[in-house]
Ligand binder design. Structure first.
Ligand SMILES: [Zn+2]
Length: 335
């Protein structure tokens, strides 16, 4: 630790008191922030409790060592220094943890940008190249029951190809980004039985986890807000391994949200291109003292339809490369 602090037994008692206070405050903050997501609340509290216990044990250990060294007339100064460094490190870790939910949400930065694209269609190849060129991170929402399916789609009167990738293309293509659930077959979830909703989501999640080699936890609702409702969101929260799910309702703001199973994006890239530039300028200039998130979603085939690739690259160039912005996948900025 560069800023190693020194502790004696009295100071440890003070630190303990502060930790207890901070611990209680943090529990309260977690309880209010995750009041509608009990699973996430319990996970956060469990991890806080573990850290708290570890730190208390370390403090007790160091405290008794300090007493022992004092009795031995300070003959073990180097050992004492070593214990102090260990303690200092633990305290810093705990402080970071305590601040985690309040201040340093995005790797120590107050602003984050994330992207989300649906359907895993062939135009994603060009999109991934462009995202990688500008160091931007995206979550791709994949239907594992529809690999290789192909049917043209009409967007703003223009017919464009809508061809989904083959299974083996998924992992290499989306390397460095996040793969997330878009259900097995892209149904309107609100019209399905509870059992089918859970199956469409969880089986897609398990299949995708096997394909990419990590635990898939994200989701975007197929067909967006109009094809889901609170019941669907609750079923997914309680019965699947999904930890957040995105709607298609634009907020046009950057405020944090607590409803992670009805997470609303800031903006839809295709339908609101001008507004997206306007928001980007506002976001770049902001110097917030609480976390702000700019969340953009879309379909890469829509970029073909309006021949918007140059405009999108212009946007990527504008929003990328800022030192005070964290660029992460959806799970990195939401969980
Ligand atoms: Zn879709």
């Amino acid at each position: 630790m560069s800023n190693s602090r020194s502790f004696d037994a009295d100071q440890i008692a003070v630190v303990l008191k502060k930790i207890e206070q901070a611990y209680l405050e943090n529990i309260r903050s977690i309880e209010s922030k995750y009041s509608s997501d009990l699973r996430m609340r319990d996970e956060k509290i469990l991890s806080l409790n573990q850290e708290n216990t570890a730190l208390r044990n370390a403090l007790a250990e160091v405290s008794s060592l300090l007493k022992l060294y004092k009795q031995q007339n300070g003959n073990k100064l180097s050992a004492l220094k070593c214990e102090n460094e260990r303690l200092s490190f633990l305290v810093s870790c705990y402080e970071n943890l305590l601040n985690g939910d309040k201040k340093t949400m995005f790797n120590g930065k107050m602003k984050a940008v994330t992207f989300s694209y649906d359907d895993c269609v062939t135009q994603d190849r060009r999109l991934v190249k462009l995202l990688n060129k500008y160091g931007l991170k995206c979550t791709f929402n994949v239907n594992s029951g529809l690999f290789r399916s192909a049917s043209p789609i009409v967007v703003n009167g223009v017919t464009v190809p809508h061809v989904r990738f083959a299974k083996e293309e998924i992992k290499p293509l989306y390397e460095g980004h996040e793969v997330a659930v878009h259900t097995l077959t892209h149904p309107s979830l609100k019209n399905l039985s509870d059992e089918d909703i859970i199956r469409e989501v969880e089986e897609d999640r398990i299949a995708l986890s096997e394909i990419v080699g990590y635990d898939v936890v994200g989701m975007a609702y197929p067909g967006g807000t109009g094809n889901m409702n609170d019941h669907v969101a609750e079923l997914i929260a309680k019965n699947t391994g999904v930890k957040y799910a995105r709607t298609t309702t634009s907020t046009h703001n950057f405020e944090p949200q607590t409803e992670l199973f009805r997470f609303d994006p800031t903006i839809h890239q295709h339908a609101e291109m001008d507004k997206m530039f306007e928001l980007a300028k506002e976001f770049i200039e902001m110097k917030p003292d609480s976390p702000k998130l700019f969340y953009i979603w879309g379909h890469s085939y829509e970029i073909d339809a309006l021949d918007d690739w140059d405009r999108l690259e212009e946007f990527f160039a504008l929003i990328s490369g800022h030192d005070d912005i964290f660029y992460g996948t959806n799970r990195e900025v939401l969980l």
